[in-house]
Write a protein that binds this ligand. Sequence first.
Ligand code: URA
Length: 239
Amino acid sequence: MRLDKFLADAGVGTRSEVKKQIQKGMVQVNEAVIKDPGYKVMVPQDQVSVRGQCVGAAEEFEYYLLHKPAGCVSATSDNIHKTVLDYLPKSRKELFPVGRLDKDTEGLLLITNDGELAHQLLSPRKHVEKTYFARVAGKVTENDVQAMKQGVDIGEKNLTLPAKLVILKTEETADGWVSEVELTICEGKFHQVKRMMEAVGKKVTYLKRISMGSLVLPENLERGQYRKLTQEEVEKLTR
Ligand code: URA
């Protein structure tokens, strides 16, 4: 790779800024000053430094776990609403969200430029589990748990695949019954959780995704905050 591209990709500066740095003799490759911006760097063998500071090769792929807040859309651009990308640092990479959460849904969203990984996680054949916390209007019962296990009719050709419903709380309030549940599904149909709860006569009033495959929303990650995935987390996801 050209030396100026290597440095620009690594975030040292724009292509023209790094060119100037190279021509001024500020850049070394394997401890030799290189003044030619077109010098071919061997990645990852060559040691590149700017003013003595080692510069690592840019990562090809970036992986972010965002705690999506309500009110933004799971898209890369939108004329009206904030998008999930607005919560991440500016990147040269073509980042996109892996799957969608509704505008009013919060929680774990993976954002990357790794199309292969996204494909793996979203493929209907892979049955990647996603767990949601939901607050619903109505009293969720054991019958609902069984119905979710069997699969429910949400107006698609087939019933939904077996899903695990855990009742966390049911409470009678002045406005009627309210329940809190966790629902684990291994599909990703449009508004799936809301439609599944509707199929058993309950309306979702709050929805948050708490896990996807091996990734779990960290408790200390506030809404709107993100963190990079560790190498280990990426490897676990792709296993
Ligand atoms: N199911 C829904 O209904 N909405 C989401 O955002 C995600 C899953």
